[in-house]
Design a protein around this ligand. Structure first.
Ligand SMILES: *Cc1c(COP(=O)(O)O)cnc(C)c1O
Length: 457
Protein backbone atom coordinates (compact mmCIF):
# COMPACT_ATOMS: atom_id res chain seq x y z
CA UNK A 1 0.00 0.00 0.00
CA UNK A 2 1.86 3.08 1.26
CA UNK A 3 -0.49 5.15 -0.87
CA UNK A 4 -3.26 6.63 1.22
CA UNK A 5 -5.01 9.92 1.89
CA UNK A 6 -3.12 11.36 4.86
CA UNK A 7 -4.96 13.15 7.65
CA UNK A 8 -6.90 16.23 6.41
CA UNK A 9 -6.51 17.81 9.85
CA UNK A 10 -3.73 18.70 12.25
CA UNK A 11 -3.56 18.00 15.96
CA UNK A 12 -4.28 20.82 18.41
CA UNK A 13 -4.79 18.95 21.69
CA UNK A 14 -3.50 15.50 22.58
CA UNK A 15 -4.66 12.88 25.02
CA UNK A 16 -1.70 11.03 26.45
CA UNK A 17 -1.95 7.26 26.68
CA UNK A 18 -0.43 5.24 29.48
CA UNK A 19 1.83 2.61 27.90
CA UNK A 20 1.61 -0.87 29.40
CA UNK A 21 3.78 -3.98 29.19
CA UNK A 22 2.69 -7.42 28.13
CA UNK A 23 2.95 -8.53 31.77
CA UNK A 24 0.60 -5.69 32.82
CA UNK A 25 -1.86 -6.67 30.13
CA UNK A 26 -1.83 -10.37 31.04
CA UNK A 27 -2.82 -9.34 34.53
CA UNK A 28 -5.44 -6.85 33.34
CA UNK A 29 -7.20 -9.28 31.00
CA UNK A 30 -7.25 -11.95 33.71
CA UNK A 31 -8.85 -9.46 36.11
CA UNK A 32 -11.35 -8.55 33.38
CA UNK A 33 -12.36 -12.21 33.05
CA UNK A 34 -10.93 -12.30 29.47
CA UNK A 35 -13.75 -9.98 28.40
CA UNK A 36 -12.57 -6.82 26.62
CA UNK A 37 -15.77 -5.01 27.73
CA UNK A 38 -14.58 -5.35 31.33
CA UNK A 39 -11.16 -3.76 30.80
CA UNK A 40 -10.54 -0.30 32.23
CA UNK A 41 -9.88 2.11 29.38
CA UNK A 42 -6.76 3.24 31.25
CA UNK A 43 -5.28 -0.18 30.49
CA UNK A 44 -5.95 0.13 26.75
CA UNK A 45 -3.48 1.52 24.20
CA UNK A 46 -5.57 1.66 21.01
CA UNK A 47 -9.30 1.42 21.70
CA UNK A 48 -11.18 -0.16 18.79
CA UNK A 49 -14.13 -1.37 20.86
CA UNK A 50 -16.59 0.89 19.03
CA UNK A 51 -16.96 3.96 16.83
CA UNK A 52 -20.01 5.06 18.83
CA UNK A 53 -19.57 8.36 20.66
CA UNK A 54 -15.78 8.00 20.39
CA UNK A 55 -15.17 10.56 17.63
CA UNK A 56 -12.73 13.42 18.08
CA UNK A 57 -14.57 16.73 17.76
CA UNK A 58 -13.09 19.57 15.72
CA UNK A 59 -12.01 22.89 17.22
CA UNK A 60 -15.21 24.39 15.78
CA UNK A 61 -17.29 21.78 17.58
CA UNK A 62 -15.47 22.51 20.84
CA UNK A 63 -16.15 26.19 20.23
CA UNK A 64 -19.81 25.25 19.68
CA UNK A 65 -19.92 23.94 23.24
CA UNK A 66 -19.15 27.44 24.49
CA UNK A 67 -22.18 28.99 22.80
CA UNK A 68 -24.69 26.64 24.35
CA UNK A 69 -27.99 28.37 25.01
CA UNK A 70 -29.26 26.34 27.95
CA UNK A 71 -32.82 27.62 27.83
CA UNK A 72 -35.47 25.06 28.67
CA UNK A 73 -37.49 25.96 25.60
CA UNK A 74 -36.68 27.48 22.23
CA UNK A 75 -32.88 27.35 22.59
CA UNK A 76 -31.22 28.92 19.55
CA UNK A 77 -28.94 25.87 19.29
CA UNK A 78 -32.03 23.82 18.56
CA UNK A 79 -32.88 25.99 15.58
CA UNK A 80 -29.35 25.51 14.26
CA UNK A 81 -29.65 21.75 14.61
CA UNK A 82 -33.04 21.74 12.92
CA UNK A 83 -31.66 23.85 10.08
CA UNK A 84 -28.63 21.53 9.66
CA UNK A 85 -30.80 18.41 9.43
CA UNK A 86 -33.21 20.08 6.99
CA UNK A 87 -30.39 21.37 4.84
CA UNK A 88 -28.13 18.32 4.79
CA UNK A 89 -30.68 15.50 5.07
CA UNK A 90 -33.60 17.21 3.39
CA UNK A 91 -36.40 16.21 5.77
CA UNK A 92 -39.04 18.78 6.79
CA UNK A 93 -39.47 17.82 10.44
CA UNK A 94 -36.91 16.99 13.12
CA UNK A 95 -37.25 15.70 16.69
CA UNK A 96 -34.06 15.69 18.78
CA UNK A 97 -33.31 12.67 21.00
CA UNK A 98 -30.54 11.82 23.46
CA UNK A 99 -29.15 9.17 21.09
CA UNK A 100 -30.21 6.83 18.27
CA UNK A 101 -32.26 4.40 20.32
CA UNK A 102 -34.34 7.29 21.67
CA UNK A 103 -35.41 7.99 18.08
CA UNK A 104 -36.02 4.26 17.52
CA UNK A 105 -38.28 4.19 20.56
CA UNK A 106 -40.41 7.08 19.27
CA UNK A 107 -40.64 5.71 15.73
CA UNK A 108 -41.53 2.17 16.85
CA UNK A 109 -44.19 3.38 19.28
CA UNK A 110 -45.82 5.65 16.72
CA UNK A 111 -45.82 3.36 13.71
CA UNK A 112 -45.94 -0.27 14.88
CA UNK A 113 -49.09 -2.09 15.93
CA UNK A 114 -49.32 -5.54 17.51
CA UNK A 115 -48.88 -8.18 14.80
CA UNK A 116 -47.07 -5.93 12.30
CA UNK A 117 -43.98 -6.96 10.34
CA UNK A 118 -40.98 -4.73 9.86
CA UNK A 119 -38.65 -5.79 7.07
CA UNK A 120 -35.05 -4.66 7.28
CA UNK A 121 -31.65 -5.27 5.70
CA UNK A 122 -30.33 -7.30 8.65
CA UNK A 123 -31.20 -6.58 12.24
CA UNK A 124 -29.54 -4.17 14.65
CA UNK A 125 -29.75 -4.93 18.37
CA UNK A 126 -31.54 -1.80 19.66
CA UNK A 127 -33.64 -1.32 16.50
CA UNK A 128 -35.02 -4.85 16.66
CA UNK A 129 -35.58 -4.64 20.41
CA UNK A 130 -37.81 -1.56 20.02
CA UNK A 131 -39.73 -3.16 17.14
CA UNK A 132 -40.40 -6.24 19.26
CA UNK A 133 -41.33 -4.25 22.38
CA UNK A 134 -44.10 -2.69 20.31
CA UNK A 135 -45.48 -6.01 19.10
CA UNK A 136 -43.73 -6.09 15.73
CA UNK A 137 -41.77 -8.90 14.10
CA UNK A 138 -38.51 -8.13 12.34
CA UNK A 139 -38.01 -9.87 8.98
CA UNK A 140 -34.55 -9.97 7.40
CA UNK A 141 -34.65 -9.02 3.71
CA UNK A 142 -30.96 -8.36 3.05
CA UNK A 143 -29.45 -10.03 -0.05
CA UNK A 144 -27.84 -13.44 0.64
CA UNK A 145 -24.36 -11.99 0.09
CA UNK A 146 -24.86 -9.92 3.26
CA UNK A 147 -24.59 -13.11 5.29
CA UNK A 148 -21.48 -14.42 3.52
CA UNK A 149 -18.09 -13.62 4.99
CA UNK A 150 -16.55 -13.07 1.56
CA UNK A 151 -18.66 -11.99 -1.41
CA UNK A 152 -17.64 -10.12 -4.51
CA UNK A 153 -20.37 -7.48 -4.22
CA UNK A 154 -19.72 -3.74 -3.71
CA UNK A 155 -23.15 -3.24 -2.06
CA UNK A 156 -23.57 -6.21 0.28
CA UNK A 157 -26.10 -4.21 2.32
CA UNK A 158 -28.71 -4.13 -0.48
CA UNK A 159 -32.30 -5.10 0.15
CA UNK A 160 -33.29 -8.29 -1.69
CA UNK A 161 -36.26 -6.93 -3.64
CA UNK A 162 -37.71 -10.40 -4.23
CA UNK A 163 -37.59 -11.22 -0.50
CA UNK A 164 -39.29 -7.88 0.18
CA UNK A 165 -42.03 -8.46 -2.41
CA UNK A 166 -42.57 -12.02 -1.16
CA UNK A 167 -43.12 -10.70 2.36
CA UNK A 168 -45.68 -8.18 1.08
CA UNK A 169 -47.51 -11.00 -0.75
CA UNK A 170 -47.36 -13.26 2.26
CA UNK A 171 -48.50 -10.96 5.11
CA UNK A 172 -50.17 -8.13 3.18
CA UNK A 173 -48.98 -4.54 2.83
CA UNK A 174 -51.35 -3.35 5.55
CA UNK A 175 -49.34 -5.38 8.09
CA UNK A 176 -46.12 -3.59 7.11
CA UNK A 177 -46.05 0.00 8.44
CA UNK A 178 -42.56 0.67 7.10
CA UNK A 179 -39.37 -0.93 5.89
CA UNK A 180 -36.26 -0.06 7.90
CA UNK A 181 -33.26 0.35 5.63
CA UNK A 182 -29.89 0.65 7.35
CA UNK A 183 -27.30 2.67 5.43
CA UNK A 184 -24.67 1.20 5.95
CA UNK A 185 -25.43 -2.18 7.56
CA UNK A 186 -23.51 -2.39 10.81
CA UNK A 187 -24.12 -6.07 11.57
CA UNK A 188 -23.11 -7.17 8.07
CA UNK A 189 -19.75 -5.43 8.54
CA UNK A 190 -20.51 -1.81 7.65
CA UNK A 191 -21.72 -2.77 4.16
CA UNK A 192 -23.32 -0.08 1.97
CA UNK A 193 -26.57 0.01 -0.01
CA UNK A 194 -26.54 1.24 -3.62
CA UNK A 195 -28.55 4.24 -4.81
CA UNK A 196 -30.21 2.01 -7.40
CA UNK A 197 -31.38 -0.33 -4.64
CA UNK A 198 -32.69 2.55 -2.51
CA UNK A 199 -34.61 3.88 -5.50
CA UNK A 200 -36.19 0.49 -6.17
CA UNK A 201 -37.09 -0.05 -2.51
CA UNK A 202 -38.88 3.30 -2.62
CA UNK A 203 -40.79 2.34 -5.79
CA UNK A 204 -42.02 -0.95 -4.37
CA UNK A 205 -42.90 0.67 -1.04
CA UNK A 206 -44.80 3.55 -2.62
CA UNK A 207 -46.83 1.18 -4.78
CA UNK A 208 -47.87 -0.65 -1.60
CA UNK A 209 -48.30 2.39 0.67
CA UNK A 210 -45.46 1.26 2.91
CA UNK A 211 -43.23 3.94 4.37
CA UNK A 212 -39.44 3.85 4.04
CA UNK A 213 -37.54 4.76 7.19
CA UNK A 214 -33.74 4.70 7.18
CA UNK A 215 -31.45 3.86 10.04
CA UNK A 216 -29.19 6.69 8.90
CA UNK A 217 -26.50 6.10 11.53
CA UNK A 218 -23.68 5.69 8.99
CA UNK A 219 -25.31 7.33 5.95
CA UNK A 220 -22.33 9.54 5.10
CA UNK A 221 -20.08 6.48 4.89
CA UNK A 222 -22.72 4.94 2.63
CA UNK A 223 -22.68 8.06 0.42
CA UNK A 224 -18.90 7.76 0.11
CA UNK A 225 -19.18 4.15 -1.14
CA UNK A 226 -21.78 5.24 -3.72
CA UNK A 227 -19.45 7.97 -4.98
CA UNK A 228 -16.59 5.53 -5.18
CA UNK A 229 -18.31 2.46 -6.60
CA UNK A 230 -21.61 3.27 -8.27
CA UNK A 231 -21.81 4.23 -11.93
CA UNK A 232 -22.86 7.85 -12.44
CA UNK A 233 -21.92 9.26 -9.03
CA UNK A 234 -18.18 9.92 -9.38
CA UNK A 235 -18.69 13.60 -10.12
CA UNK A 236 -21.35 14.25 -7.51
CA UNK A 237 -20.53 15.71 -4.10
CA UNK A 238 -21.10 13.74 -0.88
CA UNK A 239 -23.78 16.28 0.06
CA UNK A 240 -25.61 15.75 -3.25
CA UNK A 241 -25.45 11.98 -2.93
CA UNK A 242 -26.68 12.07 0.66
CA UNK A 243 -29.60 14.31 -0.33
CA UNK A 244 -30.55 11.95 -3.14
CA UNK A 245 -30.35 8.93 -0.81
CA UNK A 246 -32.62 10.65 1.69
CA UNK A 247 -35.08 11.64 -1.05
CA UNK A 248 -36.03 7.95 -1.31
CA UNK A 249 -37.01 7.82 2.38
CA UNK A 250 -39.98 9.17 4.33
CA UNK A 251 -37.83 9.71 7.38
CA UNK A 252 -34.95 8.36 9.42
CA UNK A 253 -33.62 7.64 12.86
CA UNK A 254 -30.11 8.87 13.55
CA UNK A 255 -27.45 8.11 16.12
CA UNK A 256 -25.43 11.33 16.23
CA UNK A 257 -22.70 9.35 18.01
CA UNK A 258 -21.56 7.97 14.67
CA UNK A 259 -21.72 10.04 11.48
CA UNK A 260 -22.65 13.37 13.14
CA UNK A 261 -19.26 13.37 14.88
CA UNK A 262 -20.47 13.99 18.44
CA UNK A 263 -20.11 12.08 21.68
CA UNK A 264 -23.84 12.09 22.43
CA UNK A 265 -27.02 12.94 20.51
CA UNK A 266 -29.49 11.74 17.90
CA UNK A 267 -32.69 12.63 16.09
CA UNK A 268 -35.80 11.40 14.34
CA UNK A 269 -36.61 13.15 11.07
CA UNK A 270 -39.53 12.84 8.67
CA UNK A 271 -41.45 14.48 5.86
CA UNK A 272 -44.99 13.99 7.13
CA UNK A 273 -46.54 16.51 9.51
CA UNK A 274 -48.97 14.09 11.19
CA UNK A 275 -46.14 11.78 12.11
CA UNK A 276 -44.20 14.71 13.48
CA UNK A 277 -47.12 15.76 15.66
CA UNK A 278 -47.31 12.28 17.15
CA UNK A 279 -43.57 12.25 17.74
CA UNK A 280 -43.69 15.57 19.59
CA UNK A 281 -46.41 14.17 21.87
CA UNK A 282 -44.19 11.22 22.79
CA UNK A 283 -40.84 13.00 22.96
CA UNK A 284 -41.96 15.03 25.98
CA UNK A 285 -42.60 11.78 27.86
CA UNK A 286 -39.31 10.08 27.06
CA UNK A 287 -36.73 12.71 26.19
CA UNK A 288 -37.85 16.28 26.92
CA UNK A 289 -39.29 19.29 25.09
CA UNK A 290 -39.33 18.96 21.29
CA UNK A 291 -36.71 21.73 21.26
CA UNK A 292 -34.10 19.79 23.23
CA UNK A 293 -35.05 16.10 23.36
CA UNK A 294 -32.71 15.07 26.15
CA UNK A 295 -29.78 17.15 24.92
CA UNK A 296 -28.02 20.18 26.33
CA UNK A 297 -28.06 23.24 24.08
CA UNK A 298 -24.31 22.94 23.63
CA UNK A 299 -24.62 19.33 22.47
CA UNK A 300 -27.17 20.33 19.82
CA UNK A 301 -24.83 23.07 18.62
CA UNK A 302 -21.89 20.64 18.38
CA UNK A 303 -24.06 18.16 16.47
CA UNK A 304 -25.18 20.84 13.99
CA UNK A 305 -21.53 21.75 13.38
CA UNK A 306 -20.65 18.04 13.05
CA UNK A 307 -23.41 17.44 10.48
CA UNK A 308 -21.90 20.08 8.15
CA UNK A 309 -18.36 18.76 8.69
CA UNK A 310 -19.40 15.18 8.02
CA UNK A 311 -20.21 15.81 4.35
CA UNK A 312 -16.78 17.27 3.61
CA UNK A 313 -15.16 15.01 1.02
CA UNK A 314 -11.64 15.02 2.47
CA UNK A 315 -12.99 14.09 5.89
CA UNK A 316 -15.09 11.12 4.77
CA UNK A 317 -12.46 9.92 2.31
CA UNK A 318 -9.87 9.81 5.08
CA UNK A 319 -12.31 8.12 7.47
CA UNK A 320 -13.33 5.27 5.18
CA UNK A 321 -9.92 4.84 3.53
CA UNK A 322 -8.26 4.48 6.94
CA UNK A 323 -10.55 1.51 7.60
CA UNK A 324 -9.71 0.13 4.12
CA UNK A 325 -6.00 0.57 4.82
CA UNK A 326 -6.14 -1.57 7.95
CA UNK A 327 -8.30 -4.19 6.25
CA UNK A 328 -6.09 -4.37 3.16
CA UNK A 329 -2.97 -4.77 5.27
CA UNK A 330 -4.48 -7.74 7.08
CA UNK A 331 -5.83 -9.20 3.84
CA UNK A 332 -2.47 -8.97 2.09
CA UNK A 333 -0.87 -10.90 4.97
CA UNK A 334 -3.46 -13.66 4.56
CA UNK A 335 -5.48 -12.88 7.69
CA UNK A 336 -9.09 -13.98 7.06
CA UNK A 337 -11.43 -10.96 7.15
CA UNK A 338 -14.96 -10.11 6.01
CA UNK A 339 -14.84 -8.79 2.44
CA UNK A 340 -15.37 -6.32 0.96
CA UNK A 341 -14.12 -4.18 3.84
CA UNK A 342 -16.90 -1.99 5.25
CA UNK A 343 -17.03 1.66 6.26
CA UNK A 344 -16.38 1.70 9.99
CA UNK A 345 -14.67 -1.52 11.02
CA UNK A 346 -12.61 -4.50 9.97
CA UNK A 347 -14.10 -7.83 10.98
CA UNK A 348 -11.70 -10.75 11.45
CA UNK A 349 -13.16 -14.18 10.66
CA UNK A 350 -12.24 -15.93 13.92
CA UNK A 351 -13.38 -19.40 12.83
CA UNK A 352 -10.94 -19.28 9.92
CA UNK A 353 -8.26 -17.61 12.04
CA UNK A 354 -8.40 -20.29 14.75
CA UNK A 355 -9.48 -23.50 12.97
CA UNK A 356 -8.16 -25.58 15.88
CA UNK A 357 -10.91 -24.19 18.14
CA UNK A 358 -14.54 -25.30 17.97
CA UNK A 359 -17.23 -22.61 18.32
CA UNK A 360 -17.82 -23.92 21.87
CA UNK A 361 -14.28 -22.81 22.69
CA UNK A 362 -15.32 -19.23 21.86
CA UNK A 363 -12.71 -18.43 19.18
CA UNK A 364 -13.64 -14.75 18.69
CA UNK A 365 -13.64 -14.06 22.44
CA UNK A 366 -10.27 -15.82 22.73
CA UNK A 367 -8.82 -13.88 19.80
CA UNK A 368 -9.99 -10.51 21.16
CA UNK A 369 -8.30 -11.31 24.48
CA UNK A 370 -5.10 -12.41 22.71
CA UNK A 371 -4.94 -9.23 20.61
CA UNK A 372 -5.26 -7.15 23.78
CA UNK A 373 -2.45 -9.01 25.54
CA UNK A 374 -0.20 -8.80 22.48
CA UNK A 375 -0.46 -5.06 21.83
CA UNK A 376 -2.98 -3.33 24.12
CA UNK A 377 -5.47 -3.05 21.24
CA UNK A 378 -9.06 -3.46 22.41
CA UNK A 379 -11.52 -5.09 20.01
CA UNK A 380 -14.92 -6.71 20.43
CA UNK A 381 -16.30 -10.23 20.05
CA UNK A 382 -19.16 -10.60 17.59
CA UNK A 383 -19.80 -14.33 17.63
CA UNK A 384 -21.32 -17.03 19.79
CA UNK A 385 -20.94 -15.04 23.02
CA UNK A 386 -22.80 -12.04 21.55
CA UNK A 387 -25.44 -14.30 20.00
CA UNK A 388 -26.56 -15.66 23.39
CA UNK A 389 -28.62 -18.79 23.97
CA UNK A 390 -31.66 -20.26 22.22
CA UNK A 391 -34.92 -20.96 24.02
CA UNK A 392 -33.85 -24.53 24.79
CA UNK A 393 -30.81 -23.17 26.64
CA UNK A 394 -28.12 -24.17 24.14
CA UNK A 395 -25.72 -21.66 22.60
CA UNK A 396 -27.04 -19.90 19.52
CA UNK A 397 -24.30 -20.56 16.93
CA UNK A 398 -24.13 -17.65 14.46
CA UNK A 399 -22.72 -18.28 10.98
CA UNK A 400 -20.21 -15.49 11.39
CA UNK A 401 -17.82 -15.67 14.33
CA UNK A 402 -15.91 -12.39 14.20
CA UNK A 403 -13.66 -10.00 16.06
CA UNK A 404 -14.54 -6.39 15.25
CA UNK A 405 -11.80 -3.75 15.01
CA UNK A 406 -13.86 -0.54 14.94
CA UNK A 407 -12.11 2.68 14.05
CA UNK A 408 -13.17 5.87 15.88
CA UNK A 409 -13.42 8.93 13.62
CA UNK A 410 -10.42 11.31 13.50
CA UNK A 411 -8.88 9.76 16.63
CA UNK A 412 -6.03 7.52 15.45
CA UNK A 413 -3.32 7.88 12.81
CA UNK A 414 -2.08 5.50 10.15
CA UNK A 415 0.83 4.64 12.47
CA UNK A 416 -1.72 3.35 14.99
CA UNK A 417 -3.29 1.25 12.22
CA UNK A 418 0.17 -0.25 11.55
CA UNK A 419 0.47 -1.23 15.22
CA UNK A 420 -2.90 -2.97 15.03
CA UNK A 421 -2.06 -4.74 11.76
CA UNK A 422 1.38 -5.88 12.96
CA UNK A 423 -0.11 -7.31 16.13
CA UNK A 424 -2.91 -9.22 14.37
CA UNK A 425 -0.50 -10.53 11.71
CA UNK A 426 1.96 -11.64 14.41
CA UNK A 427 -0.81 -13.51 16.20
CA UNK A 428 -1.93 -15.07 12.94
CA UNK A 429 1.54 -16.43 12.35
CA UNK A 430 1.50 -17.92 15.87
CA UNK A 431 -2.20 -18.77 15.96
CA UNK A 432 -1.71 -22.34 17.17
CA UNK A 433 -0.69 -20.96 20.58
CA UNK A 434 -4.06 -19.30 21.14
CA UNK A 435 -6.19 -21.33 23.52
CA UNK A 436 -9.97 -21.40 23.77
CA UNK A 437 -12.03 -19.94 26.62
CA UNK A 438 -14.85 -21.22 28.79
CA UNK A 439 -17.53 -19.35 30.72
CA UNK A 440 -17.10 -18.93 34.48
CA UNK A 441 -19.91 -16.36 34.86
CA UNK A 442 -22.78 -15.79 32.48
CA UNK A 443 -25.69 -13.34 32.95
CA UNK A 444 -29.07 -14.28 31.41
CA UNK A 445 -29.35 -11.39 28.91
CA UNK A 446 -26.87 -9.49 26.70
CA UNK A 447 -24.20 -11.78 28.08
CA UNK A 448 -21.34 -10.35 26.03
CA UNK A 449 -21.18 -7.20 28.17
CA UNK A 450 -20.46 -8.81 31.53
CA UNK A 451 -19.62 -12.51 31.11
CA UNK A 452 -16.36 -13.76 32.58
CA UNK A 453 -14.12 -16.46 31.13
CA UNK A 454 -11.07 -18.63 31.81
CA UNK A 455 -8.60 -20.21 29.38
CA UNK A 456 -9.15 -23.89 28.62
CA UNK A 457 -5.91 -25.61 29.64
C1 LIG B 1 -25.38 2.73 17.30
C2 LIG B 1 -26.47 2.31 16.42
C3 LIG B 1 -27.82 2.49 16.76
C4 LIG B 1 -28.26 3.03 18.10
O1 LIG B 1 -27.78 4.28 18.36
P1 LIG B 1 -27.37 4.75 19.85
O2 LIG B 1 -26.97 6.17 19.65
O3 LIG B 1 -26.26 3.87 20.31
O4 LIG B 1 -28.57 4.63 20.71
C5 LIG B 1 -28.78 2.14 15.84
N1 LIG B 1 -28.45 1.58 14.66
C6 LIG B 1 -27.17 1.36 14.30
C7 LIG B 1 -26.87 0.75 12.98
C8 LIG B 1 -26.14 1.69 15.17
O5 LIG B 1 -24.88 1.43 14.83
Amino acid sequence: MGNYPAEPFKIKAVENIEMTTKEDRKEAIKEAGYNTFLLDSDDVYIDLLTDSGTSAMSDEQWASLMIGDEAYAGSNNWYKLEEAVKEVYGFDYVVPTHQGRGAENLLSQIMIEEGDYIPGNMYFTTTKAHQELNGGTFVDVIIDEGHQSVADHPFKGNVDLEKYKDLIDEVGADKIPYICVAVTVNMAGGQPVSMDNLRKVKEISERNSIKVMYDATRCVENAYFIKKNEEGYQDKSIAEILKEMMSYADGCTMSGKKDCLVNIGGFLAMDEEDLYQEATQLVVVYEGMPTYGGLAGRDMEAMATGIYESVNYEYIEHRVEQVQYLGNKLDEAGVPIIKPIGGHAVFIDAKEFLPHLSQDELPAQALAAAIYVDSGVRSMERGVVSAGRDEDGSHHYPKLETVRLTIPRRVYTYAHMDVVADSVINLYENRKNIKGLKFVYEPPVLRFFTSRFEPIE
